[in-house]
Design a protein around this ligand. Sequence first.
Ligand SMILES: C[S@@+](CC[C@H](N)C(=O)[O-])C[C@H]1O[C@@H](n2cnc3c(N)ncnc32)[C@H](O)[C@@H]1O
Length: 393
Amino acid sequence: MPLQHEHDFLVTGSHDEMNRQHYVSRLRMHILNQIGGGMRDVYESRVKPTFEKENGRIPKNETEIHKAMMADHYGRTWSTMMVNCQDMVWDSVRPGIERAQPDLNERVRGVNARFGSLALNPDVEMPRYLDAADIHRMPGNYHAERAENDATQGALYDRGRFVYNGGAAGPFADGIPRTMAAYIKARWPDFKPKRILELGCTIGTSTVPFVDAFPDAEVHAIDVSAPSLRYGHARAETLEKPIHFHQMNAEDLDFEDGSFDLIYSCIIFHETSRKAYPKILEECQRVLSTGGMMAHTELTPVANMDDFDAFYIDWDAYYNNEPFYKTYTSLDPEEWVTGAGFEQDKFFQVSIPDLDRSSPEFFDEAVKNPTVAKGRAARVGESARWYTYGAWK
Ligand SMILES: C[S@@+](CC[C@H](N)C(=O)[O-])C[C@H]1O[C@@H](n2cnc3c(N)ncnc32)[C@H](O)[C@@H]1O
C-alpha cells in the first residue's frame, strides 16, 4: 500500500497495527481484483448453464443472477470474504484511534480557524437513511458521538478509507475529486466560479482539490455529521486550506438563492434515499447562480451495463449496508435532474478517466469527446473512470 500523507490529526497506529492495515489492504485488493475477477467466468461457465438447464432459459435480470451466484460456492466464498475483509479494514484502524482519545478530541477542539471556519448546528437532525445502518459497515457511521466534541468518526474515516482503497486514490485520498476538478477546468476553461459549494464533504478530502484548482474562489462544504466536520476542519487548517465547513442537511440548505457558481458532490447520492435525492437536486437548482454549474460524481447507472455487471456492482446493496445503492443505480440521472428544474439541453454526463491512472493524452481525449462508458465502473479499487453528471443553470 502506498503511504498516506501524514497530517497532525491522522492516526495510523503502532508499527504492528500499520502492518496489519497494509496486510488487510492488500488482501482486499486481492479479493476484489483477483478473486472478484473470476466471478464472470464462473457465471458464464457454470452458473448460467446450470440455471438454463434447470429453468429452460437464462437468468432474466440481475436479481436472478444474484440468487444463482450466491447459491454457487465461488460466489458465496467471494462474497463472504468481501464482507469479512470490510470488517477487518475498520478493525485494523480502530485500536489506534481509541488509544489516541481523549487527546485527539482535545487537539481538534484546540484548533484555531486561521484559514477557514467551522459552523456546527446541533439542531440539524440526522436523516434516517444515515442513522438506520452503519453505512459500508463503518462502526458508528459518519456521525456517532461518544464524548463532547468528538472527532473519532472523522479519524476512522480518514485512515479506514485509505486502507479500504489501498491508497489507490493517492496520498491525500483525493483521486476522484482531483480528477473532477481537473476535468471541469480543462473542459470549460472560461468557467471561473467565485463561490463553490460541496455537498456531503465528510472530512473535506474531496473539498481540498477544488480549493487548489480554483484558488480565487471562496469554498464552502457541508455535511450533516458533526464528528466528520470537526476532524475535517482541523485537517484543512493544518493543511492551510481555506474551507468554510457547515453542519447542514443538503435537502434543506441554509444558503441564499443563487449564491454559488459551482455546486458539486463526490459519491453521496447513493447513501441518501429516493425522497432525499430530488430534494437535494432542487436545492442545487435554488442555490446555484444563473450561469452556474452543478456536477456530481457517482455510481454509473446500471442502464449502462449488462445484467451480470449490474449484479456485481449492486453487491454492496445486499452485503455492505448500502440500502439505497441498488435503487439509486437503477435511476436515470437525466430524468431526476430535469425533474428538479434544470433544462434538458443543459444536462451533461460523462465518464472521466482517473487522473492518476490515465495518460495526459487519454484524459485530453475524454475532455474533447465526452462519452459515458459502458460496463461496470466506479467501485473503488477497480475503476479508472468516474461517472459524472450535472447541469448548467
Ligand atoms: C461517501 S461519503 C462522501 C465522501 C466525501 N465526499 C469524500 O469524497 O470523501 C457521504 C457523506 O455524505 C454525507 N451526507 C449524506 N447525506 C447528506 C445530506 N442529506 N446532507 C448532508 N450530508 C449528507 C454523509 O454524512 C457522508 O459524510
